[in-house]
Design a protein around this ligand. Structure first.
Ligand code: SAH
Length: 353
C-alpha cells in the first residue's frame, strides 16, 4: 500500500495530469473526460476501482495496480437514541483509527472530523491526547471521513467542524489541501462558510492561515484567562503566550473581517469563577467574536469535573453585561459519549475489542 499513489488526495487538475502520465507510461488509453468521472466516483464513496462501472476494465486494473483509495472503513459505530447522532470509529488503510461524529441540526447535517491519528498537544482535560500521537492524516483521509459518514447515513453533509481528534494546524498543509478538495465544485462542494476549524492556538500557523484568507470560521480553544492557568491546562501556552495568541486573533479578524469563536471549557473550580468571567470579558473586549462555553465532558483517568449550571449561567451574564455574546454548546449524542477521543483511547487500551 505504501508504494501506491493516494489517488483521492489529488484535486481534479492533479488527477488529470496523473492519469495522463499513467496512460503514457503504460500505453493504455485514458481519455481526458475520465478524470472527472473518476473524481466523481472517489467523492461518492467507492472503496474499490471495480465499483467504477463506467470505466473500462483495463483502466480500472491499471489504477488498482498503481493507486489506493483511502476511504476510511467503519470499525465501530454508536447511534444515539436521543437525537440520532452517529459516532464512528473509522479504520484507516494502515490500521490506525480515528473518530468522526455525524450530527443532525436544523440548519443541516454536520460532521465533526479528525485531522490526526492522536494528538501531541497534551491538553490536560482532553481524551484525544491520552492514546498518544501516531501520525498526520492525509488530505484524502480527512475528506474520506465526510464521504464515509455521508455514504453510511445516506444523507448529505452540509457543514463540517474540524473539532475531532488532533490539532488541525499541526497538520497544516494536509488540512489546507483538504479544505480545497471539500470545497471543490466537482467534489462535495461544501462552502468555506460552512466549515469551522478549531485550534489550541499555534500562533504562527494562525497567521499563516490568515494569509490564505479562506472564509472559514476559526475557533480558538482558549479555556483560561491567565497565562499561568492556561499553561497548566494547555502545554501549547508555554510556546505561545496568551497575549501573543490574542494579538494573532486580532490580526486574523482585521485581515478577513470575520469573527472568531472562542471555545471555553467550563471546569469546576479551575476556570469558572466570576473573576475568570471578568478577566475573559476584558481580554476579548472590542473584538469581533463569540464565546462558546462547553461544559466539560468527564474523561476517564482525569479528575476534572464540569461546572455547575449556576456557575455557567453566572459566567454568561457577566460576559453579556460587558457586550460579549456567549452560548453554551448543546450536547448532542450524550448517551453515546459523542465527544471525540474516547473511542480511540479505549480501542488502543484493549485492541481485541
Ligand atoms: N485541537 C483542536 C480541536 C480539538 S477538540 C483544538 O484544540 O481546538 C475541540 C474542542 O473540544 C476544543 O476546544 C477542546 O479543547 C475541547 N475539549 C477537549 N476535551 C474536552 C472535554 N473533555 N470536555 C469539553 N471540551 C473538550
Amino acid at each position: 500500500m505504501f508504494n501506491k499513489t493516494d489517488i483521492s488526495s489529488f484535486n481534479l487538475a492533479e488527477l488529470s495530469e496523473y492519469l495522463l502520465k499513467l496512460s503514457e507510461e503504460n500505453g493504455i488509453k485514458i481519455e481526458k473526460f475520465r478524470a472527472k468521472q473518476i473524481y466523481g466516483w472517489l467523492n461518492s464513496g467507492v472503496s474499490a476501482f471495480d465499483e467504477m462501472t463506467n470505466i473500462s476494465k483495463p483502466i480500472r486494473e491499471l489504477l488498482d495496480k498503481n493507486c489506493y483509495i483511502a476511504l476510511p472503513q467503519v470499525e465501530n459505530k454508536l447511534v444515539s437514541k436521543i437525537d440520532g447522532t452517529v459516532k464512528y470509529l473509522f479504520r484507516l488503510y494502515d490500521g490506525e483509527c480515528v473518530e468522526s461524529v455525524f450530527m443532525r441540526y436544523e440548519h443541516g447535517n454536520t460532521v465533526c472530523i479528525s485531522s490526526q491519528a492522536g494528538c501531541r498537544m497534551g491538553c490536560r482535560f482532553c481524551a484525544s491526547t491520552i492514546a498518544g500521537f501516531s501520525r498526520n492524516l492525509t488530505p484524502s483521509e480527512i475528506l474520506g471521513q465526510v464521504i464515509a459518514a455521508s455514504k453510511d447515513t445516506g444523507e448529505r453533509v452540509s457543514n463540517i467542524v474540524m473539532m475531532g481528534i488532533g490539532e488541525p494546524l499541526d497538520n497544516f498543509d494536509n488540512v489546507i489541501k483538504f479544505l480545497e478538495l471539500v470545497n471543490s465544485p466537482d467534489g462535495l462542494n461544501i462552502g468555506y462558510r460552512h466549515i469551522s476549524l478549531s485550534t489550541c492556538g499555534i500562533v504562527d500557523k494562525i497567521l499563516k492561515l490568515s494569509e490564505k484568507n479562506l472564509p472559514i470560521t476559526l475557533s480558538i480553544s482558549l479555556h483560561s484567562t491567565t497565562q499561568e492557568e492556561r499553561e497548566r491546562l494547555m502545554p501549547i501556552a508555554k510556546k505561545f503566550g496568551i497575549d501573543e495568541l490574542l494579538s494573532a486573533c486580532r490580526k486574523y479578524i482585521e485581515n478577513g473581517g470575520r469573527r472568531i469563536s472562542f471555545e471555553y471549557t467550563m471546569i469546576e473550580g479551575e476556570n469558572d469563577s466570576e473573576e475568570d468571567a471578568l478577566r475573559l470579558a476584558k481580554l476579548l473586549s472590542g473584538m469581533l467574536c463569540h464565546v462558546n462555553l462547553i461544559p466539560l465532558n468527564t474523561v476517564k483517568g482525569r479528575d476534572y469535573r464540569k461546572s455547575a449550571k449556576t456557575s455557567i449561567q453566572k459566567f454568561i451574564s457577566v460576559l453579556e453585561k460587558r457586550g460579549i455574546t456567549a452560548t453554551v454548546r448543546r450536547r448532542l449524542g450524550s448517551d453515546i459519549d459523542a465527544s471525540c477521543g474516547q473511542l480511540r483511547a479505549s480501542k488502543i487500551e484493549s485492541p481485541a475489542k
